[in-house]
Design a protein around this ligand. Sequence first.
Ligand SMILES: *Cc1c(COP(=O)(O)O)cnc(C)c1O
Length: 821
Amino acid sequence: MSETIEEITSVMGAERIGNAPARIDWILTDSRSLCFPEETLFFALKTKRNDGHKYIHELYERGVRNFVVSDLPENGEAYVDTNFLKVANPLRALQRLVAKHREQFQIPVVGITGSNGKTIVKEWLYQLLSPERIITRSPRSYNSQIGVPLSVWLLNEHTELGIFEAGISEMGEMEALRPIIQPTIGVLTNIGGAHQENFTSLQDKCMEKLQLFKDCDVIIYNGDNELISSCVAKSLFTAREIAWSMKDTERPLFIESISKDETGTTIKYRYLGFFKEYRIPFIDDASIENSLNCLAVALYLMVSPEVIAERMLRLEPVAMRLEVKEGKNGCVLINDSYNSDFASLDIALDFMARRTEDKGRKRTLILSDILESGQVSKLLYRQVADLVHSRGVDRIIGVGEEISAYASRFEIEKQFFRSTNELLASGVLSGLRNEVVLIKGARVFHFDDITDVLELKVHETILEINLNALTANLNYYRNKLKPETKMVCMVKASAYGAGSFEVAKTLEDQRVDYLAVAVADEGADLRKAGIHCPIIIMDPEVSAFKTMFDYKLEPEVYSFQMLEELIKAAEREGAANVPVHIKVDTGMHRLGFAPSDMPRLAERLHRQSTVIPRSIFSHLVGSDSDRFDPFTRRQIETFEAAAADLQKEFNHKIIRHICNTAGIERYPGAQFDMVRLGLGLYGIDPYTNRILHNVTTLKTTILQIHDVPADETVGYSRKGVLSRDSRIATLPIGYADGLNRRLGNGHAYCLVNGKKAPYVGNICMDVCMIDVTDIDCKEGDKAIIFGDDLPVTVLSDVLETIPYEILTSVSGRVKRIYYQD
Ligand SMILES: *Cc1c(COP(=O)(O)O)cnc(C)c1O
């Protein structure tokens, strides 16, 4: 829905510089997501780490002409036909603009908050309440201070119901989100310990969340939760309450019984004196609770119990993830079965575009009809075609009657099929080669069948990498830094086993200052895959200097001899201005110059002009242990003195860094100009062994289950002696995959359906056996080797080693799957 620049200026109370006419359809806060420059208004947001003002010039070059800024660019006259709207705080201006936008709509709006289940409740409400209502909802989990305004901006003249989620991480934030969402129906899913860092108590957090509901007509929550009930009572809202309860018959929505069986759960309830029931195809407690919240909303909106029951039965699981997988014939598959609406299509296309920036790979989109958008199809598919063109898609494969009818709109290589089966039968899929393929379809189209055909199936054992958790860990450590402190992220050893490209790409997107790898080939691979960010090579080999110059990699320099070789090679290859990083040995006694070498080093560097000292650093020996604190402090002092000795011989600033993960946590005074984050990025706090946000999960599948009598043994050398009649499951993972052989014979366990299953007998090269006698499971069920509920530190403790070793031991033949919510 477009607004004129005049309206926008006045709503935000901005000072307008420039008088170019403009209508705005799109709001942009992340320059990398630009799609429709002419109709875009860019908000130059300042965060602790970054400043949107830096991207104004680049966006102008790409055609953007409307900017909300707090500071005008210096050479303002250079921007022709451009509007700058100057405000004190662009984020607040964005929020104010969208709050005003929201006010135009006199429609019911559901606001959902709580610690878990927000996105599922939102999507299920959508499944339950459409198609009669045209619904606008938050794309994916857009629920932050920026995500909420971007979501609510999507409200348009067709919308009949809005559903938005709101997430907060500190006090005061809900106050900003309430006027943007202005919910009429409030749903509080639950309150748990997630994102607790900035709240003093659960009660504080609950009270803060309830702020969203101050002006609601009705509030929906679990009346059996004492914390929530007491907070609601304290909030003194005048709104009607639908507190559902399984215990208290006085509550407006009384849940009489919940009965689970093999395939689902039947729930009986009483509302307004009527006894009714429904059934869902899920049996876990979280799904039941989510369905109860949805039930309350639907009843309040006067959906009949019969329609509710009919649709509850058809609820679909919500695929929260956008997955990247290896496909056949060199293809990369991006699988997004989240849903098929326009907003999430845009996000998925943006994701694809960023992952193929300059690898020259063909971008193919497999897209189904877009269902239930509430828009006139002609207009809708014109917009889809515009989006597809501007996101640089090279080929579209459309599936469905509707999208096929608008085939002519797409001016790129194209094929259309009336159904998924028709596409599968056509042979088109087996012709895909070395492409990046985005698979995006409404659920009724069963695009899983397409993924099945395209996916490379090598091994049942996979390592899953959660890219959101990676970012959350990065931000956790960033928050411990001074705003000006730079960061190197260590992606050596294939990003501690997680796989370097996707991890590096995610970090580059988060604008970290440097990446570091061990050897030149790792750096070259990242460059070939399209990583631009500066890369430090920690263990440069003399034989690889040419590779380093060719790919603009920055070596560490640790000795005079190595420095001579490097200078010689640089002169021979005609390389100039090669940045290098000087390593000083302050106690590790591994590699590095002695602190006393600095004057001589400075003198040598001045006598040549091919290499330039960019940074100076040292490595801490025992920053993760109190025992070594005096030694660590001495290392820091020695380093500081050596760095000063070198710096005083140069005019340009030489960046200083010494802290690794534990150093960041424990020596905030030793940040100098930069820090090097390693293990913490992957979610492990080396000081406490605590898991921050778990990034990697190693999982596999039960191949076979045997009933083995007590007098038999399991595995090689008859080591697996049984003390009772047992059920023994076989897993396709062995020591060649990185499952350490010393975990066998009951020394450790994996998780099957949440329960501990000990390893029985010796672990073999490619398989192992586990005891599942007491676990309800079947062939094909998953087994977690390590992951969310079984931290990798449990295994490293058993093996008396460090988590680093477990992570980096997962062998290359284990397929990596990356996902983000
Ligand atoms: C690996 C490495 C780091 C990162 O250490 P963590 O303990 O994983 O944070 C930092 N500096 C150097 C020189 C390293 O080799």
